[in-house]
Design a protein around this ligand. Structure first.
Ligand SMILES: Nc1ncnc2c1ncn2[C@@H]1O[C@H](COP(=O)(O)OP(=O)(O)OP(=O)(O)O)[C@@H](O)[C@H]1O
Length: 379
């Protein structure tokens, strides 16, 4: 796991503290109806509670001692299942949620006392929250108007940003007539216009359909890189995180499990929880106590007589340009339902298999990962 250290060692480059540093951050909520499934603890005080409470209160710990750095110009994705605390962490960085413990630093300075609008951070949400009565240019230049940027400069900046987000020349369009994807492009241009020190994006693409999301994720990455924007991006979609971010921080139940570049995260998930969340479908135990994590395309049909494993066919389908066979097989930890790609010559529907058939299953090299953790703790 390549967590960056949050404290600059003595004598290190002056740049070491630049960008965002989140240190041991804790965010809690009073537990109440609707927090089922969250981690609840009985505590009588929190570090920022001035007066001790007379009776112990139940609290939900949404973010649990998370440390994370985002370097200038870097895009980091916070990735995790619903309710793991991603938005709470983002909102605490923005100043929209009180911090119950730990610190948020920008360029080395604690931002605790700095109000939301003075942090210099930009925000973009799932619903771009555009001004319906303004045209595209009116929306994009909004932050610049607030900063009293002269008109000519505003117009120039709006034109530049509409180019960056793939809507050149559309300044006069009414946002009311735009598609969801176009609206999010406008929202992105608006968020980028004032050149925020840090852009915080909370599931900005999740309201869009899958194909559009994939296209926009690539465009979002391009826009952030083109503008050199430092960004923290929340998503529950690993493909989206991998497309948009330089590094991906995987969260579960308020904790940070692993922070790594996408390729490294995929090749070396720190443990089974991370691997399972990334989409690895099975874990094959090795002789030395480690596991091989099997990716979504990590199993292939093979000759039952010579294959490493055997299984029973449950169903077959034609998906993603080839035959896909659902098989019940024991890969070393008991019977497991897994998806197996047809072999090289198993064209669509040509596997000739029917439910109940016995088949051989082998690992497909290159789409498996060796889990580094070799103890029970890695499970
Ligand atoms: N205002 C609130 N009051 C009480 N509990 C809250 C509040 N906001 C969030 N929580 C709880 O804190 C935990 C983390 O929520 P959070 O919204 O940060 O997760 P998330 O990973 O962003 O989820 P999602 O992807 O569904 O938005 C959840 O258990 C949630 O129920």
């Amino acid at each position: 796991m390549s967590h960056r250290t949050t404290e600059a060692p003595a004598g290190s480059a002056p740049d070491a503290a630049r960008g965002l540093s989140v240190e041991q951050l804790v965010v809690t909520y009073p537990a109440g109806p609707g927090t089922a499934g969250a981690r609840s603890d009985r505590t009588s005080t929190s570090p920022r509670t001035a007066a001790p409470r007379a009776t112990p209160a139940r609290t939900t710990t949404a973010v649990d001692r998370v440390s994370l750095e985002v370097a200038p110009g870097e895009v980091v994705a916070l990735l995790g299942p619903s309710g793991c605390g991603k938005s709470s962490l983002l909102r605490a960085v923005a100043g929209l949620e009180p911090v119950a413990g730990g610190r948020v630093l920008w360029d080395g300075d604690d931002v605790a006392g700095v109000p939301v609008h003075q942090r210099g951070f930009g925000l973009m949400f799932q619903d771009g929250q555009l001004f319906a009565h303004r045209d595209v240019a009116g929306n994009v230049e909004y932050g610049l108007r607030m900063q009293r940027v002269p008109r000519a400069r505003r117009q120039q900046r709006v034109a530049e940003l509409l180019e960056v987000v793939g809507l050149p020349g559309s300044g006069k369009r009414s946002v009311a007539t735009m598609s969801g994807g176009e609206r999010q492009r406008v929202a992105l241009a608006r968020a980028l216009a004032p050149q925020p020190a840090l852009l915080l994006l909370d599931e900005p693409l999740s309201a869009l359909d899958r194909a559009l999301r994939e296209r926009l994720a690539a465009d979002l990455r391009a826009a952030l890189v083109a503008t050199g924007t430092t960004a923290l991006f929340v998503t529950h979609d690993h493909d989206e995180a991998f497309t948009v971010a330089d590094r991906v921080a995987v969260m579960s139940q308020g904790r940070l499990l692993q922070v790594d570049a996408p390729a490294r995260l995929w090749a070396e998930p720190a443990d089974r929880e991370v691997a399972a969340f990334l989409g690895y479908q099975a874990f094959v135990p090795g002789d030395d106590g480690s596991w091989t994590a099997v990716g979504p395309d990590g199993l292939v049909l093979a000759d039952a007589a010579s294959a490493r494993f055997t299984g029973t066919v449950v169903s077959t389908a034609f998906r993603r340009g080839g035959a896909e066979v659902v098989v019940d097989a024991d890969l070393g930890e008991g019977l497991l339902r897994c998806t197996v790609r047809g072999g090289a010559d198993a064209a669509a529907g040509a596997t000739g298999l029917t439910p109940g058939d016995r088949v051989g299953v082998d690992l497909a090299l290159g789409i498996t990962a060796r889990l580094r953790v070799t103890s029970e703790a890695g499970r």
